[in-house]
Design a protein around this ligand. Sequence first.
Ligand SMILES: [Zn+2]
Length: 458
Amino acid sequence: MIFYNSLSREKELFKPIDKKLITLYTCGPTVYDSPHIGNYRTFLFEDLLKRTLIASGFKVKHAMNITDIDDKTIKASTNEKIDLKEFTKKYINIFFDELKILRILPADYYPRATKYISEMIAIIENLISKNHAYISSSGDVYFSIESFQKYGTLTNLKLDKLIQSKRVLSDEYSSDIIQDFALWKAYKHSDGNVYWQSPWGKGRPGWHIECSAMAMNLLGNSIDIHCGGVDNKFPHHENEIAQSECFSQSKFVNYWLHSNFLLVDGEKMSKSKGNFYTLKDIIKKGMSVEEFRYMIFSAHYRSKINFSLKRINNAKKAISRITNLKHKLIPIAKDKIQTFPNAKKRFHEALKDDLDSPKAFSIFFEWLKDINLMIDNGTISETEAAKSINFINFFDYIFQVIPKNKEIPEKIIHYAKLRETARMKKDWAEADKLRNKIDYYGWIVEDSKEGFRLKKKL
Ligand SMILES: [Zn+2]
């Protein structure tokens, strides 16, 4: 497989640390609000990555963190006068519900930052002992940028922007001024009852140290792949590298993959512009989860994507072409076989080349056109039809765009085929019995000269 590595800014051949088991860390949600569709673009790109790895024979050990303590969660819970733990629980639940709705493969671990405080403290102590960190007069602990020669490699920063003795306490800041960043924040009145005891007095961790602690604890000091959105590159991922490598003395991550922004109708999403959508919002506006997935994957993950509800019809049409083809193939394919049409190999190669989903789509839809022609001409064989169903199933394993209620259960297909045989033997009583059985399970069987068609009862 080939990935574009943000670290080298080049496409590289993927060489995993362990040939069979890939370690994958993806930055998860900060649970102070419902995720917006831009967040889900990133999580869907990670789902595509994971499904492609699995389809290519790898096992994946995946950790995705939940940021349940940082500047934003404290501020939002204080504003709403709700205890931090209660407050974040609500958004953690929404997040897990939506992952399922979006048909995203679950991670092996969903570590919560508040459960890893002692691990964070241990890393910070180690960094202080090696002079990579220091305690300020106000009791905060900062990482010393100048102690790490490689600082700025990921985002190609020029360290001449480094302003000595400048420090930044907040979790998010711009790369205009590179500053020492906070590993530990001393307790302030505005933190309310949110604090932990540490060797430097009571306080709480900075955001960046959270991911370093959870990633290294669950996946080891060196990880194969770390993902996130491009907006995480600086300062978050740059800081993760600095802390982790100074702590472990080994390379933290071999491949950094970042997905680009999602724009809405050509503009950056913002609440004030009224173009800010959560998953619930777009479902309310009539877009299905499958249509959303289709729209996201129609662009390459490294390109900006322009989301528009106006383009919903393209997705609808494409999905119904796939579903219709599958339904037409079912009565033709008599046997189950393990092989695929030739186009599947090219489709898979496109995915293995830095997850080129637009190219994979175009290979698939060109093939689909040819198969439809063969069906119309009556030239498709039973074997070709069976292979074709396998390809559609493979396509759908990767992209998950066929609505579940459009999938015909195996049992129903079996009854329909038995009925076909009964009809050929002119055993009308048996054929009627099977039709009733199919009807009982909520399906309608129709006959045509190409064979039967199954439709879900409304
Ligand atoms: Zn992170």
